[in-house]
Design a protein around this ligand. Sequence first.
Ligand SMILES: Nc1ncnc2c1ncn2[C@@H]1O[C@H](COP(=O)(O)OP(=O)(O)OP(=O)(O)O)[C@@H](O)[C@H]1O
Ligand SMILES: [Mg+2]
Length: 227
Amino acid sequence: MEDIVLETMGLKKDFISPSGDTINVLKGIDFTVKKGDTISVVGASGSGKTTFLHIIGLLDKPSEGIIKYFGKTLEGTKDIEIADFRNKNIGFIFQMHYLLPEFNALENAMMPLIIRGAEFKDAEEKAKDLFDKVNLSHRLYHKPGQLSGGEQQKVSLIRAFIGEPKIILADEPTGNLDKKNANLIAELFLKLNDMTKTSIVMVTHNEELAKMMSRICKLDDGVLLNI
Ligand SMILES: Nc1ncnc2c1ncn2[C@@H]1O[C@H](COP(=O)(O)OP(=O)(O)OP(=O)(O)O)[C@@H](O)[C@H]1O
Ligand SMILES: [Mg+2]
């Protein structure tokens, strides 16, 4: 029981379309993530994968249903406390990297620890160790614009893992990369997962990558199927 990180029950999400119709994107999702799980989420474009990640990542609220982290609902929790919980426990990786262009790779990677008030030296040491693990130590001082797409995504990966979150939510993290780099990033995910036991939920269109995770879930007509 204590190794359940995240649990959703009957999660629903409706949007109102510009023409005023209600779109039932998520129609009741029960989903459990345990410590160390690696899960891929697949599904057609528009099936609600990003919506689902945003909701379980506490960036958006469900229309109905329950989300529990570590066995507790966050119902009634103040937004500022939710933001704090998110910063400490959830790491995000998006298709587009969102690195800050004016900071170098090392500074970008250290950012979550600096925001949290860590000592600069400690954050730097930790980041450098992770650059080493993903073979990127030769690019510490490059700005994002001076890095390749694959290198940028490695920096995003370090930035997501550096704060030792309990879960990482990744939305097509390899979508912009060629096959070789996509595989490399997926392998690094698994390597870091193995080292840290951080759970991973990864949305991907890439079947090969989906199969590398220990469980594949498919969003289909608003429900999540185990496949
Ligand atoms: N804020 C919003 N208002 C209205 N409709 C929305 C809103 N956000 C998403 N939608 C609709 O909800 C559906 C699911 O969108 P979502 O972005 O979750 O899909 P997705 O599975 O991530 O697709 P893709 O694979 O193309 O990224 C889409 O039909 C989209 O148009
Ligand atoms: Mg999406």
